[in-house]
Design a protein around this ligand. Structure first.
Ligand code: GRF
Length: 194
């Protein structure tokens, strides 16, 4: 059971595949005085993920999972999560889709950050698609993960105006800043509901 009892912190595992700016940001938040969570394990499918440097820098356990066979990969991940007593999973730029079976094992205990105003623009290249469609806004959403891609219950969302001269890079950079604000806020909300 996921119960916050007394002063015990919730153990979180963060899954990444790339840069890891959200990972770094959540690690920094976990060090704050009243933080109710601890990041105990970093999982990646990508041995070259830049974000792995934060594992070393902040002395956090990491596991690089070979994804050539999804079933085996997820089996290994579940084992590692169990070993490390992980209570909650935060996806942060993890580029693999978790199977129904995996999600069932962690029902209601996986959250994700997605760079769009869900339910609009599920999947990839969200900002580019929003710009191509001449949307006024893009943004980011933290949501629970269920078995349908980018479709779980929304926890928090932030609208970001698309400017006239925006490129993918400029918009992405601006939205990322908001991701770094809403992910810890959403996490706080999730933890307060446990
Ligand atoms: C972010 O844009 C996030 O919304 C998406 O993947 C990107 C990860 O960025 N899911 P980073 O690796 O945290 O810098």
């Amino acid at each position: 059971m996921l119960k916050l009892t007394g002063l015990k912190k919730i153990n979180i595992s963060i899954f990444i595949s790339g840069t890891g700016s959200n990972l770094k940001n959540l690690i920094i938040h976990s060090f704050k005085k009243n933080s109710k969570f601890k990041i105990t394990l970093i999982i990646t499918n990508n041995p070259k993920a830049k974000g792995l440097n934060f594992a070393k820098k902040f002395k956090i356990e990491k596991r690089i999972i070979n994804y050539s066979n999804i079933k085996n990969a997820e089996k290994k991940i579940l084992l590692e999560l169990k070993k490390n007593k992980v209570n909650l999973i935060c996806l942060a730029g993890f580029m693999k889709i978790l199977s129904k079976n995996f999600i069932k094992n962690f029902k209601g205990k996986i959250i994700n950050i997605h760079p769009s105003l869900l339910p609009k623009y599920k999947g990839l290249n969200t900002h580019q698609r929003a710009m191509n469609n001449r949307e006024k806004y893009s943004g980011c959403t933290v949501h629970y993960v269920n078995s349908k891609l980018d479709s779980g219950k929304i926890i928090l969302q932030k609208k970001v105006r698309i400017l006239k001269n925006d490129t993918f890079n400029s918009l992405n950079k601006r939205v990322l800043k908001h991701e770094h604000i809403i992910y810890p806020k959403a996490l706080k909300k999730v933890l307060s509901n446990l």
